[in-house]
Design a binder for this molecule. Structure first.
Ligand code: COA
Length: 700
């Protein structure tokens, strides 16, 4: 073995040259790797004994992508395009031996090789769009040459990884070989040498481009049908434009355009926002305040208490990760209803094609219903999801504390009650924690892990680990009214009510918020979830909303009653303007002595979102959220905040904190709401000319 540098070594096995990369944790294509690759290819090509070259990686994966930590920093040559060109122009056939996840740059390296083999568990993909970019090192040029531009759109616009079986069927790789990655590569190289196969680079395979050249309209139609909204308008358009270059420009010209276009995206706010969330979601998993030797407990069996909509969705989340669940409800009827709802949910997934029949049967078989609470005796985790009533929860946890083994984690899905009070009832408060799922629980990614005062480090670590295991994005929250998300969101709800009084109509507010990038406006959402829920909470708290309350007093609770902020045609879900509500809004403004005035979409967005940002600053200072980026992760995964806008505090940094303070001060002046007073942290950072991101960095 000869070391080229700290990341790359080479050796010669008879007539096969081997390039091995070792750059933990994920063999990202950092500068040292790119440089090593170029020298390794040179060295092996100069060796007359070598007839073919295998490129493989040690550790858990083939190159997992470009090094995202280098993004936005000055470029160092060789660039990834140059390193790939060195492989592609090698006069000897190069075989990429893929294991783990060859994503982005990793897959582009493989596309630069003359042959590709995968082990059966490997995946390839171009997830750049999820970071607001496209595969600018040739992915969007070479993939269309292999499988055709239209088919390539499927992969680049979804960003989804492709497994080995699909990759070989689609013609993306040459073979799937069940062996160690290196031996898989060596076996394929042997065949190539024995059969005297030539080293034809992907750049020369142009047959698949002909169809798109002949019918560019079909390409455009497919592009339009597939373009996702999630990752921002810029990235979707840039991915489509780049794939189009595969059949309109020679490869080297297309690559030059790609490099320019991707550099622009990289410097722009949308990609910065998406990259911020990539790292923020990984940061949220880190718990600096726990002792370093804290280990999560093993979770092998779960009980969910309460077979309502939430309980059912929670049970499905565990079953999807292969964990057996016992679903417990007090009565046979409630249990049957719950199981029927679960079956119906699975049936609609199968019908949509998002779940296979076999997977559905497997998952359904993992959920066993019972009316006997004692079934929780042999589980490792209990999630309670009955309705929000403290007395009921206290009774359940007193019982569960006695039924379950010591060490079983006891958790509540409460969204509004004091977790310390619930913890006190179970007799083992150190084993208790809040697990706040979001509806629909089997779909939404966010999981607020709510630490009670007595929750042990092990309990916290276990809750975070199990959350990740079931594919959620867990965020640790302190205990307060509404926890991180709903506490902050309440400030937007108050702001929306105020906007209605000041001059906006429901459709104005929803249009402005959709324009910002939310998938739905706040009032459409309220109508969908039912206005009576918020009304009863406001009555309990003594915090009236004159317009919202007046709508509820008329018995208009949203979609389920056919009218709310909007009108709905019988059984329909399309919101239509509601003249009666508009009259009611005008009356309320007049009654409150408010002179209505036109509000631009920009002002609506500022008035709705800056109070939310202000509350987020308080939540961070109080330690309810561990760090500003945790607030961003919460809103991007549980509250529809557009990912390409990075989250509330990323957005505040981008707007500039002095502007946020200045606008809040103006909003405060025309209302009697003291919570609009700019939070001390916000004022402090604005005055110092710094950002939430800088403040976070200085504290870690
Ligand atoms: N560049 C730099 N660092 C990276 C990276 C990349 N492309 N991909 C992952 N990492 C880092 C993570 O930040 C994490 O660091 P940390 O331990 O300090 O938090 C570490 O590698 C492990 O990543 P993680 O995501 O926790 O591991 P995993 O096994 O769950 O997933 C991947 C591995 C490769 C599937 C996942 O990290 C991923 O999707 N990476 C991005 C791939 C990508 O988008 N590539 C395209 C860029 S062109």
């Amino acid at each position: 073995m000869t070391r080229i540098n700290e990341a790359i070594s080479i050796r010669v096995d008879g007539d096969i040259g081997v390039i091995l990369a070792n750059h933990p944790p994920v063999n990202a294509l950092s500068h040292v790797v790119r440089e090593g690759l170029v020298h390794a290819v040179e060295a092996l090509c100069a060796d007359a004994a070598v007839k073919a070259i295998v490129l493989a990686c040690e550790g858990r994966t083939f190159f997992a992508g470009a090094d995202i930590t280098e993004f936005g920093k000055p470029k160092r040559e060789p660039s990834l395009q140059q390193a790939i060109k060195a492989l592609e122009t090698a006069p000897k056939p190069v075989v990429a031996a893929i294991h783990g996840t060859a994503l982005g740059g990793g897959f582009e390296v493989a596309l630069g090789c003359h042959f590709r083999v995968m082990v059966p568990t490997a995946k390839v993909g171009l997830p750049e769009i999820t970071l607001g970019l496209f595969a600018g090192a040739g992915g969007t040029q070479r993939l269309p040459r292999l499988i055709g531009p239209e088919k390539a759109l499927d992969y680049v616009l979804s960003g989804k990884p492709v497994n080995a079986a699909e990759a070989v069927a689609a013609g993306i790789v040459d073979a799937v070989i069940d062996d160690t990655p290196l031996d898989a590569g060596l076996r394929h190289a042997r065949t190539i040498i024995d059969q005297n196969q030539p080293a034809i680079p992907v750049r020369n395979r142009t047959a698949k481009l002909a169809a798109a050249q002949a019918d560019p309209g079909a390409f455009d139609a497919r592009a339009q049908a597939l373009a996702p909204k999630t990752f921002g308008p810029l990235a979707a358009a840039a991915n489509i434009a780049s794939v189009r270059r595969s059949f309109t420009l020679p490869l080297d010209e297309a690559l030059a355009e790609d490099a320019k276009a991707n550099a622009e995206l990289m410097a722009g706010p949308q990609s910065r926002a998406l990259r911020h969330l990539f790292f923020a979601e990984r940061e949220a998993a880190k718990l600096p305040n726990l002792p370093a030797d804290t280990r999560p407990r093993e979770i092998a069996r779960v009980a969910v208490v309460g077979a309502g909509t939430m309980g059912g969705g929670i049970a499905m989340s565990f079953a999807a990760a292969g964990l057996p669940v016992v679903l417990i409800d007090a009565t046979r009827e409630a249990l049957d209803r719950g199981m029927d709802r679960i079956r119906a949910n699975y049936a609609s997934s199968v019908k949509r094609g998002s779940l296979s029949d076999a997977r559905r049967n497997e998952q359904l078989a993992l959920i066993q219903g019972t009316t006997d609470r004692k079934a929780a005796a042999d589980v490792d985790l209990v999630v309670e999801a009955v309705f929000e009533n403290m007395d009921v929860k206290v009774e359940i946890f007193r019982d569960l504390g006695a039924i379950t083994r010591p060490g079983t984690i006891l958790s509540s899905n409460t969204s509004a009650l004091d977790v310390d009070a619930i913890a006190a009832s179970c007799g083992r408060p150190q084993d208790f924690i809040g697990l706040h799922f979001f509806a629909p629980a089997n779909v939404m990614k966010l999981l607020e892990v709510v630490k009670a005062a007595a929750s042990s480090p092990e309990t916290i670590a276990t809750a975070m680990a199990v959350g990740r295991r079931i594919g959620k994005v867990p965020v640790l929250s302190g205990n307060c009214d509404g926890f991180i998300g709903n506490r902050i969101l309440a400030k937007r709800s108050a702001a929306v009510e105020r906007l209605l009084q000041q001059g906006a109509l429901p459709q104005d507010i929803d249009r402005a918020m959709r324009g910002f990038g939310f998938p739905m406006g706040p009032l459409e959402i309220n109508d969908m979830s039912g206005l009576d829920v918020g009304w009863s909470i406001r009555k309990r708290r003594g915090t009236p909303f004159p317009i919202a309350d007046a709508i509820c007093e008329r018995g208009w609770f949203g979609q389920k009653t056919g009218r709310g902020y909007y009108l709905y045609e019988a059984g329909g879900r399309t919101p239509l303007p509601n003249p009666e509500v508009e009259a009611l809004i005008l009356d309320t403004s007049a009654r409150l002595g408010i002179q209505r005035r036109p509000l631009s979409d920009e002002e609506i967005v500022e008035r709705a979102l800056y109070p939310l940002i202000n509350e987020a600053a308080r939540v961070v200072v109080e330690g309810i959220a561990l760090r500003p980026s945790d607030v961003d992760v919460t809103f991007a995964n549980g509250f529809g905040w557009p990912r390409w806008r990075g989250g509330p505090l990323f957005h505040a940094d981008l707007v500039g904190l002095p502007k946020v303070v200045e606008r809040l001060t103006a909003f405060r002046a025309d209302t009697d709401d003291p919570s609009l007073e700019p939070a001390p942290l916000l004022r402090e950072l604005a005055a110092a000319g710094t950002t939430f991101a800088e403040w976070q960095k200085a504290r870690t």
